[in-house]
Design a protein. Structure first.
Length: 367
């Protein structure tokens, strides 16, 4: 299906709110920065309330052991009541220490316990109230320091596969920003340590929040080709130097994405059709192709710089299985004359062997 655009894409891009100029605290529900796992405020309150209760019971036991040191003989309920009144600084005065030992216990045990009790309660309240401020400062710092990151627009099947390949290529999860409108998909991305932005990737304000002007590369992987074209147009206008890799469902839309500014276009339907055709004739070839495209185990296609002792060599005679030579940004296949000799500054496309990561249980030595 060929795409047609009866409207001006620039109007759609610029009509949205520019979120890069609004206060950072308004982006708390838009952007999520990966952090170490933190407990929810209610869980934090429950845990500290349990600590305060334990402290109150311990003080009650200490008071109960010295029941004769107070104005009247105390039961454990009386001791618990005295503990609660003292630690909460209420101080009704109906039960007071009269002996020297009981007063020493109040000075050196109950008074520090009272301070600790108040610190638990007040600290919990402050922690809950300052949670939004902490997130605001975190977002502000991230937006100020983010550089040379990769933005993935669309976290569907294609977007997740692209992220898998990036992570397998030793890209740090914190340097990948995912843009999507589906909260469930963003939740999965957040669990993997990725920065997430909730919004429409065709909107310039959302792209600015993701740091598009300082991004190194952009993966355009929405569910439809018309959205891919709009995203590519927006990205190319805002980030002229960024590398844009786009996905197209239909081959007839490939030229639209290239004209929109994409550096490379992957046609999913056409690639799938080729694999289906090969599967009917030579199934092992399809298995090998899937192995090469799977970054986690088996064989994978990778890129590396040449070593000093490889300069001047024929790439066919190297230890690795070399598929091509990248020179000054141009790819030369191994069978062309330009790739007969490795030159300084070249990079090699080769087939590498990847080992699957063992589980922690498998890594434990047997007893």
């Amino acid at each position: 299906m060929r795409l047609r655009y009866p409207f001006a894409w620039r109007d759609r891009v610029r009509d949205d709110v520019d979120r890069s100029d609004i206060p950072v605290h308004t982006l708390l529900d838009v952007i999520t920065i990966p952090t170490e796992e933190r407990t929810t405020p209610w869980a934090l309150i429950a845990r500290r309330f349990a600590y305060a209760t334990m402290l109150m019971v311990i003080v009650a036991l200490i008071v109960y052991l010295d029941t004769d040191g107070y104005t009247e003989p105390l039961t454990f309920i009386d001791a618990l009541y005295y503990s609660a009144v003292s630690l909460s600084t209420t101080g009704y005065g109906d039960i007071t220490p009269v002996t020297q030992g009981a007063r020493l216990v109040n000075i050196f045990v109950i008074t520090p316990a009272r301070v600790a009790f108040l610190m638990l309660l007040v600290g919990t309240t402050l922690s809950v109230l300052t949670e939004d401020s902490r997130k605001t400062l975190q977002i502000q710092q991230w937006r100020r320091t983010v550089r040379n990151h990769t933005i993935v627009v669309g976290y569907g099947t294609k977007g997740r596969s692209a992220v898998d390949a990036l992570l397998a290529g030793d890209t740090a999860p914190s340097s990948i920003v995912v843009i999507d409108t589906d909260p469930v998909a963003l939740g999965h991305a957040e669990k993997r340590g990725l920065v997430t932005v909730h919004g429409d990737g065709t909107k310039s304000g959302v792209l600015r929040v993701a740091g598009i002007t300082r991004a190194r590369s952009v993966v355009v992987a929405p569910s439809s080709d018309d959205t891919a074209v709009l995203v590519t147009l927006s990205v190319r206008e805002m980030a002229p130097r960024a590398m844009i890799v786009a996905s197209a469902r239909e081959s007839e839309n490939q030229h639209l994405l290239m004209q929109s500014g994409a550096d490379s276009v992957v046609v999913s339907a056409e690639t799938t059709g080729r694999l289906l055709g090969l599967a009917t004739v030579t199934p092992p070839v399809v298995e090998m192709m899937e192995d090469l495209l799977s970054p986690d185990e088996g064989f994978a296609v990778a890129e590396r710089p040449i070593a000093d002792d490889e300069v001047g060599s024929n790439p066919r005679h190297l230890a690795d299985i070399v598929l091509g030579v990248v020179r000054s940004g141009e790819l030369y296949r191994i069978d062309v004359p330009e790739a007969e000799t490795v030159e300084p500054g070249d990079r090699l496309l080769y087939v590498r062997m990847t080992q699957p990561q063992e589980s922690p249980e498998a890594q434990k030595p047997s007893e």
